[in-house]
Design a protein around this ligand. Structure first.
Ligand SMILES: [Zn+2]
Length: 171
């Protein structure tokens, strides 16, 4: 079982047959739920987190934190957002941050398209079941204009890497 004091990997609350990351204690908006760390690679994988053009963090585990990043599911209306940060050693990492009040047992989810310019699990049907579900898991480049504006507009759930935003402007 992958877990620490705050999180546990277990059955997803919404997606049948899939694992997900659940919180063990109540959390507040802005709380960091987990930090995704790992080597930066030039190619995206199914589990990687984009931090820029041809820069993708592949989640690995550390003694203090299992590789929860591998198990965080996509929801179109997620419980968390992600932001690119640096750890104490200056290495890039991705912080997964609560965007609402969350009760114990809530699943940690984020919108993959807020971070990934191209969908890394392209054309996969979304099973999030939220009212805002877009039907498919896609990339930032596929988002409707209103969501692009929201993710680029400086709101607290903005997550688009600068490099990706620049690419978007050049389209
Ligand atoms: Zn969905």
């Amino acid at each position: 079982m992958r877990e620490n004091e705050l999180l546990v990997v277990t059955e997803s609350v919404r997606i049948a047959g899939e694992l997900g990351v659940l919180i063990k204690h109540q959390r507040r908006p802005g709380d960091i739920l987990c930090v995704v760390r790992g080597p930066v690679q030039s190619e995206a994988t199914r589990y990687s987190f984009s931090i820029g053009r041809r820069r993708h963090i592949e989640p690995t585990s550390s003694p203090s934190q299992p590789d929860f990043g591998r198990y965080i599911n996509h929801f179109c209306d997620p419980t968390a957002f992600v932001r690119i940060a640096q750890d104490a050693h200056g290495a890039p990492c991705v912080e997964v941050v609560a965007r609402m009040d969350l009760q114990a047992g809530a699943e940690v989810t984020f919108d993959y398209a807020s971070l990934e310019y191209e969908g890394t699990v392209s054309e996969m049907k979304c099973q999030c079941g939220t009212a805002a579900c877009r039907g498919m898991i896609q990339g930032f480049k596929d988002l409707p204009a209103a969501l692009v504006a929201r993710y680029r507009g400086g709101r607290h759930d903005r997550a688009v890497p600068i490099e990706n935003a620049r690419r978007l402007r050049h389209r």
